[in-house]
Design a protein around this ligand. Structure first.
Ligand SMILES: [Zn+2]
Length: 274
């Protein structure tokens, strides 16, 4: 299925150096985007404002050729026989100094994004900032996964997500080993991941236990899936990892509140006794 060519698609979804083909179906959509660039706008995170904003067209360098009327109506596909670089500059509506730069190269019937500022990764990374504390050293791996994925490196990005997954399991194993007197590491080491997760079910977020096949997807990604398949699966695998982390944050906050209330109750009881 072809993507609908919109300003949102060109700015926020299309990867660098991944040309898409202009055909009879989408020629009008693409022409509408660049022929009336004043309408070119999209909502995105602004790395300067550090919040969501709207970016609107400001200026353009490079235009599609306009044929004199005596040529008669010239079909868009016929006009793009030679190379046309088109640079679009957009501005954040909250502050005109905050820029979004988008250069495209039209070559034959192919359109390629040949640069972008801010990068797709920079637009994504703020979303995972809240996991920095809970992930500690793994935060770097999580941001690497997102960077690689935004550079269209599919299996490579899966390697980092799998490592995060394995570290979550290892962390739970250490907790189980320190809390359960009957805990047997040798049984754990001999088990497959599916079994390991079941053994650790009291120490892992419920979502992870229920969706433990996620590990099979991550492992398969590295060995069997194509780059394209990995790239297509990435957003949902990322979401699943985020859900696991959300639950961890929630549990941690809950524990903090519980111990704070416990402290309050026992301190107040002591005070009332005296
Ligand atoms: Zn801004």
């Amino acid at each position: 299925m072809c993507n609908e060519i919109t300003s949102d698609y060109l700015a926020l979804q299309l990867g660098l150096y991944q040309p898409f083909i202009i055909n009879e179906e989408n020629a009008d959509q693409f022409e509408a985007c660049i022929k009336t660039p004043k309408k070119f706008q999209f909502d995105s995170y602004c790395i300067e404002c550090k919040k969501e904003s709207t970016f609107k067209f400001h200026s353009q360098r490079g235009y599609l050729p306009v044929y004199p009327p005596e040529h008669g109506p010239v079909n868009f596909l016929d006009r793009i026989k030679v190379d046309y670089p088109i640079d679009l500059l957009l501005k954040c509506q909250r502050d005109g100094d905050h820029l979004f730069y988008l250069p495209l190269l039209i070559r034959g019937n192919k359109v390629t994004k040949i640069g972008q500022y801010p990068s797709l990764a920079d637009l994504q990374l703020h979303k995972i900032d809240k996991y920095r504390k809970i992930l500690n050293d793994d935060y770097r791996d999580f941001s690497k996964a997102i960077r690689l994925n935004s550079q269209e490196i599919g299996a490579g990005s899966f390697v980092y997500l799998r490592r995060i997954f394995e570290n979550l399991i290892e962390e739970a194993r250490q907790t189980a080993a320190s809390q359960e007197s009957q805990w047997d590491n040798s049984i754990f080491d001999r088990s497959k991941m599916d079994e390991k997760i079941k053994l650790l079910k009291n120490y892992l977020p419920e979502f992870l236990v229920q969706n433990r096949q996620l590990y099979a997807i991550l492992s398969k990604g590295i060995h069997e899936l194509t780059e394209k398949e990995c790239l297509d699966l990435f957003p949902n695998v990322q979401l699943a990892i985020e859900l696991i982390l959300d639950e961890k944050i929630h549990q941690k906050e809950k524990q903090k509140k519980i111990s704070s209330v416990q402290k309050f109750v026992s301190a107040t009881i002591e005070r009332l006794k005296s």
